[in-house]
Design a protein around this ligand. Structure first.
Ligand SMILES: O=P(O)(O)OC[C@H]1O[C@H](O[C@H]2O[C@H](CO)[C@@H](O)[C@H](O)[C@H]2O)[C@H](O)[C@@H](O)[C@@H]1O
Ligand SMILES: [Mg+2]
Length: 943
C-alpha cells in the first residue's frame, strides 16, 4: 500500500482546511418531550441505531475534528408531552389516528415560535456537550410539527421497510393510504433538502443515511448546481432482489431519487448487486465492475448514461467504548447476580426487536427442538430472550406475532419447566444498556436467528465483549448466527445456521454448548479480527468518497453534473408567464427510444398532454425533430394541427395551425445525396441488421439492430469515409442514437429556435424572413421550455444560451423574479451527460410528468419534485399553510400574554434563561417506558 493510500485508509484529509460533512440522519439521536408548558423540554438519548450515532460521535471526536467539521441534519422525531409519554407514544403509533384536516391550536401542542425552536436547538447543543455517549455539535433539527407526527414515518416503515425485508403487503384500499404516505414521504425528504439548503457551502460532502431519505440525493441535485457537489448515500438495511423490489409502485421514483448520489453504499456486496440489477432492469442502466482504492468490488452504474459508484462496506461498532462500558464494577455485580440466579445452567441469550424478520419464533422453535432432541439439557440450559417492542406495535402483524411468541414460550415452559424453573425467560421490553452488557458478558452462547437483516449489531457487540478475558469463564463463548443476517458476510467464523431448519440449529446449539475452552479460544481469535469497528467504517467510507470528490470517474469521463430540472420553479414561472414557447425534440424526448423507428409513435398520454398544453392560448408549441415531414404529419400534425412542426433537423418548417411546409434547403445543391447514399449503402451491406433511412434531404444510417460492436465500429469508419464529401458540400455528419445522419450544415435545429424566439409571439411565422432582432422584449416569449435528448438538440440549447446572453445585455433590468428570462434549456438524460443545457430530466416518462404538471394533470408528488414547506410540513403558500401560519400567530399572541402575566409573578419562561440552570435529564431511557403487554415479571430491570 502506498503512503497516500495508507493515509486515506486512516481517513485523514491530506491538507489544510477542515472538510465539512453534512450528515443526514432520519432522526436526531434524541427523544424530545415537552413539559407542562411549551417552554419546558426534556431530551433523552434515542434507543436503536447505535452504530450510526456512534459514527457521528466519532466524527465529532478530537481526533477527527482536526480534519472534519461535521453538521448533523435530522428530524426532531415525534415531540411528545412528558407527563403521559407512554400513552402519547402509543397514540402516535396507533393506526387508528384521528384524521383531521384542520389544525386546531387548542389541542395541538406543536405550535412553536421561532424563539422556541431556536431555544430547543441551543438546548440540544448544550446537552450534547455534556452527554457522554453521543457528542455531536452543529445540530440542525428538521421541524415537521404537524399533528399525527408518525405520518413522516409511514411510507418508510409500512412500505419500504417490509419490501426491503422481503415482506409483501397488499393494500386493501386500492392504494389510498399508500398515496397519502407517499406524499408525506416526499415532504419529509423535501424538508431535509430545505434544511440543507440553509447550511450548504460549496465543497461540502453530503452523507445521507438509510431508507427514510431515498429521494434526498436527487432533490439536492435539483437544489444545487454545484459541479463538485458530492452526495453519498449509505443503505443500512438489506436491498432485496429485483424481483421483490420491482413490486413497489414507486420503484422508479425511488431509484431516480437515489441515483442523484455520486456513491451508493450497502452493507455487503450481495445487496449492492441486487441494487445494480434493479437499476439495470428498471432504469435500463449499464454497469461496469471494478475495484476501488481499498480493493473492494464496486460497480460503476450508468443510470441514464451517468455514473454512480455502487459498492459495499459493512458498518461496525465502537469496540473500544463497548469494552470500556462492559467491564466496570457495576456490571461485574450484575453478571454475578445473573450467574447466581441460573447457577449450574448454561445461559443462551438473544436480543431482538419483535418484528417479522428477527426470527424470534424460529429461535424458540430451535430451542424447543434442542430440549426435545437432547433431554440431557433439560433443566441445564436457559434461554434469556429480550424482545424489544417494534415501532408499529399496534399493527395486526405485531399483535399476531406477540401471540405466537407467548404461546410458544408458554408451551416450552410448561413442557420442559417446573414450578422452580422456566427454561425460557422472555422479556418483552427495552432494556437499559448496562443490563444488555451484563447479558452479553454472562452468556455461554448468543443465538441470532433473523430471517433477514442488514447488519445485526448485537452479533458484533457480543463478539466484542467475548474478546475480553475476565472472571466467570466467559471469554470466547460462541455465537450462532443466521445465514440471512447481513452480519454473516462479515463474521465468517461464527457458527452459521439456517434459522428455518430447527433441527440443524438445535444440533449446532448442542455442539456449541459442549465446546472445549481451546476450541472457543481458537474461534474467538478468528472471529474477533472480523468485527468491523465504527472508526474503521467511517474512515474507509470517507476515504473512498475522497476519491470521488478529488478524482475523475473510474471511466475517466468528465464529472460535470447537470442539475435536475427544478419543477416547482418551472411551474411557478409557467403560471406567471404570458407568452410561452415550447420547443420539443421528438425521439428520445417525447417518446422512448425503440428498436424500430417506425414503432416510435406518440402515446395517447402524450397526445392528450400536448392537446391540453396547446389549448392555452398563451402557449405556442413546436416539435423540432430529425424525422421527416411524412412521419410528423401522420403522427402529430394530422392529430394536433395546433403544433408547429420542423422536420429533418430544421430543413423543413410548417407553422402552427396548418399552412404549407417551407423548405429551407430549396436552393441547396442536393447531388451530395447520391454520393453519401452510396457510402451508406455499402456499409449497410457490410453490417447485418443496419439500414438506411432516406428522407427528403437528410440521410440516416441506423445500426441499432446490428451487433453493437460492429455497428459502432462501422459508424466510426463510415464517418471517416464521409468527411471528404461533407467538406465538399458543406454537410454536417451527426452522431445520433445508434445512427449516423447527414444533412446540409447551414440548417439545424438551433437556427429554427433562433427564428422562433426572435418572433412576435402568437403571430404567423414567415420562416424565410431572417432578420427580426429589432423586436421589443415584451413581443417575444417570456417563458421558453426547450427539451431534447440528442447531440443535434445541443444546437437548440446553444442558441437559447446565446439569445439569453444577448438579452442580458439588451434588457438587463427586465429579468423575472428568478433573475432570468424564463429560459429552460433542458436535456433528457443523465445528470452527468455532456450538455450545454441548464438542467436535465431523466427520460421521456419524466418529460410527460413534467408537462402533466404544467397542464394540471400530474401533482408535484407523483414524482419527486421539490416543494417548499413551512415548519409544520405544509406546502408553503397552500391553504393549510396559511391557516397554520395564522394559528401560529394566534399562539404567539397567547404566549406573549401568558408570559407577561408570569413575569408579573416574577418568573421567566424564556428557554435561554431557563436551561443553563437546569440539571441535565439525559439519563438512559429506563425500562419504565417499556410496554409489556404480556405483563411478564421483569426481574432484570429490577436489579
Ligand atoms: O430529432 P429527433 O426527433 O430525436 O429524431 C432523431 C432521429 O430519431 C429516429 O431515430 C432514433 O429513434 C428511433 C426510434 O426510437 C431508434 O430506433 C433509432 O435507433 C434512433 O436513432 C429517426 O429514425 C431519425 O430519422 C431521426 O433523425
Ligand atoms: Mg431526439
Amino acid at each position: 500500500m502506498t503512503v497516500d493510500a495508507t493515509l486515506k485508509v486512516n481517513g485523514s484529509k491530506p491538507s489544510g482546511k477542515r472538510q465539512r460533512i453534512i450528515n443526514c440522519v432520519r432522526q436526531l439521536p434524541y427523544q424530545i418531550q415537552l413539559g407542562e408548558t411549551n417552554d419546558d423540554w426534556k431530551i433523552q438519548p434515542i434507543i436503536g441505531n447505535s452504530s450510526l450515532y456512534s459514527s457521528l460521535d466519532y466524527l465529532n471526536s478530537d481526533e477527527k475534528a482536526k480534519d472534519y467539521e461535521q453538521h448533523v441534519v435530522g428530524w426532531t422525531g415525534e415531540i411528545t408531552r412528558e407527563q403521559d409519554f407512554a400513552s402519547r407514544l402509543l397514540a402516535s403509533y396507533s393506526d387508528k389516528r384521528k384524521e383531521s384536516s384542520d389544525d386546531n391550536i387548542e389541542d395541538d401542542p406543536l405550535y412553536l415560535t421561532k424563539e422556541q425552536m431556536n431555544g430547543l436547538t441551543e438546548t440540544i447543543q448544550q446537552k450534547n456537550a455534556q452527554n457522554v455517549d453521543t457528542k455531536i455539535s452543529n445540530v440542525h433539527p428538521v421541524w415537521l410539527l404537524r399533528r399525527d407526527q408518525s405520518r413522516w414515518r409511514d411510507y418508510a416503515e409500512n412500505v419500504l421497510w417490509p419490501t426491503f425485508h422481503y415482506i409483501l403487503k397488499f393494500s386493501s384500499d386500492g392504494g389510498d393510504k399508500e398515496n397519502k404516505w407517499w406524499y408525506d414521504y416526499v415532504k419529509f425528504n423535501e424538508a431535509y433538502a430545505m434544511k440543507i439548503g440553509e447550511i450548504y457551502q460549496k465543497g461540502d460532502i453530503i452523507w445521507i443515511h438509510d431508507y427514510y431519505l431515498l429521494l434526498l440525493p436527487q432533490l439536492l441535485r435539483m437544489k444545487f448546481s454545484d459541479e463538485d457537489l458530492v452526495i453519498a448515500y449509505f443503505h443500512h438495511s438489506p436491498w432485496p432482489s429485483n424481483e421483490y423490489f420491482r413490486v413497489l409502485p414507486r420503484r422508479k421514483q425511488i431509484l431516480d431519487g437515489l441515483v442523484g448520489a455520486n456513491r451508493i453504499c450497502f452493507q455487503n456486496d450481495g445487496f449492492a448487486r441486487h441494487f445494480v440489477s434493479s437499476c439495470k432492469r428498471l432504469l435500463e442502466s449499464t454497469s461496469r465492475k471494478s475495484k476501488n482504492a481499498l480493493d473492494i468490488d464496486q460497480y460503476e452504474v450508468g443510470a441514464y448514461g451517468g455514473d454512480v459508484i455502487v459498492d459495499s462496506l459493512p458498518i461496525g461498532v465502537n469496540t473500544k467504548k463497548i469494552l470500556e462500558d462492559a467491564f466496570v464494577a457495576d456490571i461485574d455485580t450484575k453478571v454475578l447476580a445473573i450467574k447466581d440466579a441460573y447457577e449450574g445452567k448454561k445461559i443462551i441469550i438473544g436480543r431482538d426487536s419483535l418484528d417479522a424478520v428477527r426470527g424470534v419464533v424460529q429461535k424458540l422453535r430451535a430451542f424447543e427442538t434442542l430440549l426435545a432432541m437432547y433431554p440431557e439439557w433439560r433443566d441445564k440450559v436457559v434461554l434469556i430472550q429480550v424482545s424489544s417492542p417494534p415501532i408499529n406495535r399496534n399493527s395486526e402483524q405485531t399483535i399476531k406475532l406477540e401471540q405466537q411468541v407467548t404461546e410458544l414460550v408458554n408451551s416450552i415452559n410448561s413442557k420442559y419447566g417446573d414450578l422452580d424453573f422456566s427454561p425460557v425467560q422472555h422479556y418483552y421490553m427495552r432494556i437499559p444498556k448496562d443490563v444488555y452488557l451484563s447479558l452479553l458478558r454472562v452468556a455461554d452462547l448468543c443465538l441470532i436467528t433473523s430471517v433477514r437483516d442488514g447488519m445485526n449489531t448485537t452479533a458484533l457487540e457480543y463478539v466484542t465483549v467475548k474478546s475480553h478475558m475476565s472472571s466467570y469463564n466467559c471469554y470466547g463463548n460462541p455465537l450462532i448466527l443466521s445465514e440471512f443476517s447481513g452480519s454473516s458476510t462479515v463474521l465468517k467464523d461464527a457458527i452459521i445456521v439456517n434459522p428455518w431448519d430447527s433441527v440443524a440449529v438445535a444440533k449446532r446449539i448442542n455442539r456449541a454448548l459442549k465446546m472445549s475452552k481451546e476450541e472457543k479460544f481458537t474461534l474467538e481469535k478468528k472471529i474477533w479480527s472480523e468485527v468491523p469497528t465504527i472508526q474503521d467504517w467511517t474512515d474507509k467510507f470517507l476515504s473512498t468518497l475522497d476519491d470521488i470528490s478529488h478524482h475523475s470517474s473510474p471511466s475517466g469521463k468528465d464529472n460535470r453534473i447537470t442539475p435536475a430540472l427544478n419543477r416547482p420553479v418551472l411551474l411557478e414561472n409557467y403560471k406567471q408567464a404570458n407568452r410561452r414557447l415550447f420547443l420539443f425534440d421528438y425521439d428520445g424526448t417525447l417518446t422512448p427510444i425503440v428498436r424500430d423507428p417506425a414503432a416510435a409513435i406518440p402515446s395517447a398520454r402524450l397526445l392528450s398532454t400536448l392537446n391540453n398544453l396547446a389549448a392555452d392560448p398563451k402557449n405556442q408549441i413546436w416539435i423540432i425533430s430529425g424525422r421527416d415531414q411524412k412521419f410528423l404529419n401522420k403522427w402529430l400534425g394530422s392529430k394536433l394541427p395546433q403544433l408547429g412542426l420542423s422536420a429533418e433537423h430544421g430543413c423543413f418548417v410548417k407553422d402552427i395551425n396548418g399552412g404549407e411546409w417551407v423548405n429551407l434547403t430549396e436552393r441547396f445543391d442536393m447531388s451530395w445525396q447520391v454520393k453519401v447514399g452510396k457510402v451508406m449503402e455499402d456499409f449497410t451491406t457490410r453490417t447485418p441488421g443496419s439500414f438506411l433511412e432516406r428522407k427528403k434531404v437528410a440521410l440516416t444510417w441506423h445500426y441499432r439492430q446490428a451487433s453493437p460492436e460492429l455497428g459502432e465500429f462501422h459508424a466510426v469508419e463510415m464517418k471517416k469515409d464521409l468527411l471528404k464529401i461533407a467538406e465538399e458540400y458543406d454537410l454536417e455528419i451527426m452522431d445520433g442514437k445508434a445512427n449516423l445522419e447527414v444533412r446540409p450544415r447551414f440548417v439545424n435545429k438551433g437556427e429554427i429556435v433562433r427564428r422562433l424566439v426572435w418572433h412576435k409571439h402568437g403571430t404567423p411565422q414567415d420562416m424565410l424572413d431572417n432578420s427580426r432582432e429589432e423586436l421589443t422584449k415584451d413581443e417575444m416569449p417570456d417563458f421558453i421550455f426547450c427539451l431534447g435528448d440528442d447531440l443535434t438538440d445541443e444546437d437548440m440549447f446553444n442558441q437559447l444560451n446565446r439569445i439569453e446572453g444577448v438579452w442580458k445585455k439588451k434588457y438587463p433590468d427586465q429579468v423575472n423574479q428568478w433573475k432570468n428570462f424564463g429560459f429552460y434549456p433542458c436535456t433528457v438524460g443523465s445528470a452527468s451527460k455532456k450538455t450545454v443545457a441548464k438542467s436535465h430530466l431523466t427520460d421521456p416518462q419524466q418529460v410527460l410528468e413534467t408537462l402533466g404538471l404544467l397542464v394540471g394533470s400530474v401533482s408535484l408528488f407523483q414524482s419527486a419534485g421539490t416543494v417548499d414547506l413551512d415548519p409544520r410540513g405544509h406546502v408553503k403558500n397552500s391553504e393549510s399553510s396559511l391557516k397554520s401560519e395564522q394559528a401560529t400567530a394566534e399562539y404567539v399572541m397567547k404566549r406573549q400574554n401568558s408570559s407577561t402575566s408570569l413575569k408579573k409573578q416574577g418568573s421567566s419562561t424564556s428557554l435561554n434563561r431557563q436551561y443553563p440552570n437546569t440539571p441535565l435529564t439525559m439519563s438512559r431511557q429506563n425500562s419504565s417506558t417499556s410496554m409489556n403487554r404480556q405483563g411478564s415479571v421483569n426481574s432484570i430491570r429490577d436489579k
